[in-house]
Each structure stands twice: as C-alpha cells, then as structure tokens.
Ligand binder design. Structure first.
Ligand SMILES: Nc1ncnc2c1ncn2[C@@H]1O[C@H](COP(=O)(O)OP(=O)(O)OP(=O)(O)O)[C@@H](O)[C@H]1O
Ligand SMILES: [Mg+2]
Length: 356
C-alpha cells in the first residue's frame, strides 16, 4: 500500500472520509455558482521514475458526463485519485466543485462520490446494510437515510434485492450497488473508475442507463474512466489519455471527424512495403490487425488512388466511417487492445517513444 493510500485512511476501503452534512444536503440538484465541476491545469503525478500523469489540462462542466478513455496504465485511476484527494499531485493544480484538491480537500470530499476500480462492498452484508454503513460514515442526517436508501436503490433498479447478501449478487449488480452507494450522500460530482470493467456488453449497457438516469434525475456531474472505446460514445465529451498525457479531447463526433471522413483498411501481400509506400506519398497510415489503415477525407475517391499508391498486390479493401478506436489509432499509431499496461519510464517519454 503506497503512502498516499495510507494517508487517505478509511477512504481507501471505498467508504470515504467521515464528513458532516450540508444544510442543503437533502435536495438535489444543488449547484455552487456557475463554475466548472472539475478544472485541471498541468496536473501531474510521478511515482519515482514512473510518470503516471504527465501534466494534463481539462475542464468538466456541471452536469456533464465526461469520460477519461485510455489503455491499461495510461494514468486514469491516478487522475481520479488526485481529483478525489487520495493522491497528492506532484505538480499542477485541480479544483473540484470549485475547491482546490490540496488546500480544501475536506470541502472536495463533502461534494464527491467515488466508485473505485476495485470492488469495495462487504459481501457478507446485505445491500441495505452496506448503504447504512456508508450513510453513517458520511454523516447523512438520520431522517434522510431511509428515503435516500430507497431512492438510490430505485435509481439502479435494485430495490427488490435490498435485503439480499451482496455475496449473492452478480458482478453487474454489485457494481450498480456501488454506484448507488456513491450517490447516497447526494454528491455533486460522481467519480466512477472503470464502472463497467469485466461486465458483459448487456450489463454494461444497463450500467450506462443507470449513469445517464443519475445525471438526468439528480443533476450530478459524472466523471468516469473506461478503456472500452465503444461505450465512451455515451459520454458528452471524452479525453483520450495515453502514457499520462491527454492526446485528444472533444465530443465523440468531433473526435471522429478530426481523424478524417473515412478510414480505408487494406489487406496486402506485404503490409510493411505498402505502409512505407503510402507514407512516402503523404498518406496518414498505420499498421493494424486487419492490415494497413489509412485515414482519408473522402472514401469514394480515395480507394482507387490508395490501392495504387500501396504499390503491392492488395487482397482486401474495407472502407468505413471512423470509430473512437480509429481516433486512438490515429493519435498514437497503436490499437488500444495492443496495450499491456506497461510502465513508461521518464526517459522513454522525453525521447518521444510514441510512434506515428
Ligand atoms: N502507487 C503507485 N506506485 C508506483 N506506480 C504507480 C502507482 N500507481 C500507479 N502507478 C503507475 O502509474 C501508471 C498509471 O497507473 P494508473 O493506475 O493510473 O493507470 P490506469 O489508466 O488506471 O490503468 P488501468 O486501466 O490498468 O486501471 C502505471 O504505469 C502504474 O504502474
Ligand atoms: Mg485504473
């Protein structure tokens, strides 16, 4: 367990710090002025030689669903930990709900809910008991506890399982219960670290229904991380993070438009030679599982010239609209599924280890 986690005390168990209730605790939505929910400038975290977060800048509007998308080891959890006051930034600054994460950590903690990447429920307790325990830790006023438990269980469609032991829950149900727990004390900003990790596609879709309902009905800002490209589409905006740096940020459609109108993937007899030839004449092209992917502005007129520019026999051609996978590919030269969560030493970054 690292020093930051030790300093964070009980919060590391997912139960959060003990806080007192706001006078305005009971009713949502509550908004502190018009400022951003999260505002980050040059935020960085280094663990010895490893740069976990390399200096990131972004802002999240109140009521926004904002996704931090990136491969294993990109720095997603570290960013969330700094925003939730569980890891101390090496440099830079961040405010959450208008409060500085370093100088006003207590104020930040009062206004956030957090669901950790690792499951932190007590599975020998029922859903209701888990929630009651959390309500005590967070100082939810006594007369608010019962209605609030009913409310959050309803929000994640678990009302009928409230008296069941968590050990009898499926993975998806446990995750939804954790989200309910994160909402129990009526936070203004809910942080979800990989809420859908390891869940099947159908359960992931249900989780997203829950998340969007929370935003709709409670006005909460949602900051989540994921490495599933497809589901980041549900977010209002996405920041793509790789090796601790944000490489692209925008709405899903703007990100896709930024890499071109279409992608053309060629299967050839010699992909290396085709890649070299295409790059030589100025195409933006990268090696992918399916062959060589080329980013183009207009697929219709591009296919013919691309096939001849490849200068090797072409066996297959596939043209399609860009996806978020293509956005990652375009900016990093790699497919996200190639990642193995490797740490990146500082010197590698300093010498531009990234391939284009
Ligand atoms: N406490 C720590 N001590 C040393 N290195 C750490 C620590 N926490 C994270 N790192 C390193 O920082 C980098 C970013 O880790 P982080 O957990 O933020 O990535 P992530 O994007 O959340 O990855 P994943 O998708 O696997 O959860 C990794 O190289 C990781 O090994
Ligand atoms: Mg993580």
């Amino acid at each position: 367990m690292d020093a930051d986690r030790v300093r964070a005390g009980t919060a590391v168990r997912g139960q959060g710090p003990v806080v007192s209730a706001d006078a305005d605790f009971a009713q949502r939505p509550v908004r502190d002025g018009a400022g951003p929910a999260v505002d980050v400038h040059g935020l960085a975290k280094r663990y010895g030689e490893v740069v976990a977060v390399a200096g990131v800048d972004f802002s999240v509007a109140q009521g926004e669903v904002f996704a931090l998308l990136g491969p294993n080891g990109a720095g997603k959890s570290t960013t969330i930990k700094m925003l939730c006051t569980l890891a101390r930034p090496t440099s830079g600054r961040a405010t959450v709900a208008g409060y500085d994460v370093l100088s006003a950590a207590r104020e930040v903690r009062r206004r956030i809910g957090l669901v950790f990447q690792e499951q932190t429920l007590d599975d020998q307790l029922t859903a209701e008991e888990n929630l009651r325990f959390h309500a005590v830790l967070y100082g939810v006023p006594h007369d608010r506890v019962e209605p609030r438990i009913a409310r959050v269980l309803d929000l994640v469609a678990l009302s009928d399982r409230r008296r069941h032991l968590v050990s009898t829950y499926s993975g998806g149900m446990a995750r939804r219960l954790e989200i309910a727990r994160g909402m129990l004390h009526t936070p203004r900003i809910l942080f979800l670290d990989e809420p859908t990790l390891g869940l099947d596609p159908q359960t992931r879709a249900l989780m997203w229904d829950d998340v969007l309902r929370l935003r709709e009905e409670e006005g909460v800002t949602i900051f989540l991380t994921t490495h599933y490209m497809d589901e980041a589409e549900y977010a209002d905006r996405i920041a793509i993070i790789d090796h601790g740096s944000i490489i692209a940020l925008g709405t899903p459609s703007a990100l896709k438009a930024s890499v071109g109108a279409d992608t053309v993937t060629l299967g050839t007899d010699d992909d290396e030679a085709a890649l070299a030839s295409l790059k030589r004449v100025g195409y933006t092209a990268v090696h992918t599982e399916g062959g060589i992917t080329v980013f183009v502005d207009d697929e219709e007129s591009a296919v013919g010239p691309i096939v001849s520019a490849a200068e090797v026999p072409v066996r297959t051609v596939r043209a399609r609209r860009p996806t978020l996978d293509d956005v990652f590919l375009h900016f990093t030269g790699r497919e996200i599924r190639e990642q193995h969560g490797e740490a990146v030493p500082m010197f590698a970054r300093a010498h531009g280890a990234r391939r284009r």
